[in-house]
Design a protein around this ligand. Structure first.
Ligand SMILES: [Zn+2]
Length: 150
């Protein structure tokens, strides 16, 4: 067990479909994108509620089957759009083309924002699997993901 709590993440079925479709479209490379949602709490303890208001498919600037970097312009666009609706970027998602939906050592070492949710979609099997995590100082906690209708 990790020493910190991870939020329950609420995705709509439509958001889930957009994420998975973008992951398949990115093959053979890893695909990535951003999650936006409301953030609450005082400055030092800001926390995403876990509600996802929007998903933003992005270009993988690495164009790699093993790593990803969200394209800077896509990041800026998503950040502005989410702020315009009073939300923030609360996390990032990417695909694993041939491995489990679990953070790789690279994913863990490159996870810099303790508030972010790190979502991973595995395309290894016929049915895609999606899991989400908090990563803090090398420690991993899984977020439960709930799919809502709509
Ligand atoms: Zn990864």
């Amino acid at each position: 067990m990790s020493s910190f709590a991870a939020p329950l993440l609420r995705l709509t079925i439509t958001q889930h479909e957009r994420i998975v479709a973008h992951c398949y479209a990115g093959l053979p490379d890893e695909a990535c994108g951003l999650l936006a949602g409301p953030v609450i709490g005082p400055l030092a303890q800001r926390e995403a509620t876990g509600f996802v208001s929007e998903v933003y498919p992005a270009v993988n600037a690495d164009a790699s089957a093993r790593t990803y970097t969200v394209d800077g312009r896509d990041y800026l666009r998503a950040s502005r759009d989410s702020e315009a609706r009073g939300d923030e970027i609360i996390g990032v998602w990417h695909s694993h083309t041939h491995t489990d939906p679990y953070p790789s050592p690279t994913d863990v070492s490159s996870a810099v924002d303790p508030m972010w949710v790190y979502m991973i979609v595995s395309l290894r099997d016929d049915i895609p699997t999606l899991r989400a995590f908090r990563i803090r100082a090398g420690e991993i906690a899984e977020c439960q993901v709930v799919l809502d209708g709509g």
